[in-house]
Structure formats: C-alpha cells, structure tokens
Design a protein around this ligand. Sequence first.
Ligand SMILES: [Zn+2]
Length: 425
Amino acid sequence: MRVLAIAAAALLLLNNGFNAGNAQAQVTALTNAMLIDGTGAAPQSGATIVMHGGRIAAIGRDVKLPAGATIIDLAGKYVVPGIINGHGHVGPAPHERQVRQYALYGVTTTTSMASDPDAIAEYKARTRAGDIRGARVLTTLYRFTTMLAPGAGYDYRTPEAARGKVDEIAAKGADVLKVWIDPQGGKVPRLSRDMVAAIVDQGRKHNLITGAHIVELADADMAIDEGVRILLHNVRDREVGNDFIARLKDRNITVISTLAREEGMFAYGNEGPGFTDNPFFTKSVAPERLTVLTGKIRESQATMPGRERAIRAFETDKKNLKKMVDAGVRAGFGTDSGGDPNRFFVQGFFEHRQMELMVQAGLTPMQVIQAFSRNNAEAYGIQNDYGTLALGKAADLLVLTRNPLDDILNMRTLEAVYIGGRKFD
Ligand SMILES: [Zn+2]
C-alpha cells in the first residue's frame, strides 16, 4: 500500500511538472494565532503553527521559526481543526464539485456513507499523494441495506454472501462498513441480526469497524450487541434511558446525531428553516434548486403526512444528544449531507447548521468543536493523523476571524482553509 502511494505521488509530481524538492522544502508558519486545538483544552494565545510536508512540524507558544518559512501573521484571529464530517455522502458522480464544496466550507475530511463509484477510490489515492482537490474522503464503498432498488430486490440476503461482499470492498479500499437497519415503518424488511453479526465479524478480519444507520432504540441496541462501533444517526423513536446510555459508555460507542438532517426533513415547509435567503447557504445552491426548495419542497413538507413525526424525531434527537453528552458518551459529528441531488441536505452549509443545532440542543461550542475533530477522529480510528492539532498530525485547519467559543456561528467567519498545510481555494 505504502509503496504504491509513494509511486503514485512521484508519478503525479512528474505529470504536473512540479519539482518534488521544492514542494518538500515549502514551509509555512502561522503566527500569533489564538489556537483551539480540538482536545477541549483552553484556547492558547500567541500560538505558532509550522506546517511542512503536509503536517504540523511545530506548534505552540515557544516555537522557533524555521529559516525561509513563509510567515502568515494571524494576530487577532483563531485557528481550529478542520471539520471532519462523520456522516456525509459524496455521490452520485461526479464527485469533483462535491468534495470542493465541502472543503470551501471548512470540511477537510468527509465520510461517504452509501455506495460509491470506483472514482472515489482513485480520488482518495490522489489525495493521499498530495494532490488535494477537496475534502479527504473516508468511504464505505458499499452499504448493506434492505432498501429495494426500483424493480429489484436488495443485493445480499445471506450472511455468507454478505461476508463475501465485505472481503471484496475491503480489498477495494473501504475505510468503514455500514449496515442500514431501518424497517421504514414496515415498508422494507429489517436487516436481520444474523446479517449484522456476519458483516461486523467479517469486517474485524480486515480491521474495519462497522457503523449503523438506525432510527429505533431496539435496533440500536441490537447493533451494539453485535459489535457495531458507531451509530450514524441518533436514536429518534424515543428518549433513551440510563441503562442504554451506560451501555454506550461501557462499549465506547460513538453516537452521531444528524440534527441538520432531521430538521431538513420538515423545516423547508411553512415559514421555512430561516436560512434559505442566507448568502452562506445560497452561495452553494444553484438558483434552480433554490426555487425548488422554496417552492415545491416547501409545499410538500408543509402538508406531508409524516410532518408531525419528523418534528418529534428532531426534538427527540436533541434531547437524546444532550442526555448522552452530559453522561459522557462520545458524541461524533455528522449531517447526512450530500447524496442524491434531490435530497435537501446541502454539503458544507449543513455542517455549519449542525453546529448551530447542537448548541441549541444544549452543547457548548467547545463540545461541538471536539465532536467534529477529536471525537470523530477517535471514532474512525484516524486520531494519530487527524482530528486535533498537534505535532506530527496533518495540517488540516481553519482560520477564523471571530471567536467560535463566543458564538458557534463564528465558525462561518472562515478566512482560510488549510488541507495538508496548503491553503485551499
Ligand atoms: Zn446517510
């Protein structure tokens, strides 16, 4: 794997006519920043961050500036980790605009949680080689679901067949497995316990963890029993009790509440969600699509039969999130943004909306920042390279002009996004 990546990097450098020596030598130092590193530690004033070879080469207050470094003075500004989106979707193809949109909103890593085209694997290889065109991607490549494709059944119906598919996607470079356990109020069969058990177990053989899409507490319980490590949505059918919360903690489960998605299921209706005329939203929504959201979708969400249920699910998600975080459960961060272009969850903007809603649910801005950095990195097992801002880790970080700890909306005062130590624009 490693040899391949290096060979690919060399090839890319040749193809693009870059000089590998110069690229290696490029050193950038951000100085005088107020540093919020993602660990939950108090912000550190007067911080310097030296970025070299895509990583953080030095960080802190007493850092000697390397000779020849490009120095960027961030006096009066804030540095936070890049956003890791623990539940997103890149796809369907083409992916270029989508990964770029994520990155422009400060999402430096996103997951892609459905079935991806092979182009995503190629994109990931290029990104690893330093050719950064947008957010880094962690992908499932294929999700195990009982959702019926039009005119067809679902793909894998026996544990043996599912194990074979796990072997196949592991070989193709899947980063995480996903099981989709959702009877949709009886409209589709529920993915069985045997299937979940087989997928989780086969994943372990490839060192892959499994995350679960769930709605109901009973399904979350079953998934955790069978070794699922991440809940990719919060429990939304009822308020969780202390016994369930204790199990989440005992087993070190990460819960990703997708409040922005829950809101997006109903809030375009009636008066609207309050952001459809916000430039931070409209800048990435095509005018035709905006017309649909504020017209057809607004009408359908106002009158849809499941409206009350959707509102209740949103409120339940908020309550459960607050309860879990207060009890010490690891809250991840995700939105369910992207996916089918007819969905309502806008990549990039929805990550910022999610932050706002988590604060509305009762979390502090610091807890939100930890959720999208440290907690998500730990959840996905990438904490040695990503997540918090520390020596040796990837230089994926954001420069803000205002303090996000004063108001999480200040995460929108993005002045620069660095991915692998380079400014993304
Ligand atoms: Zn999803």
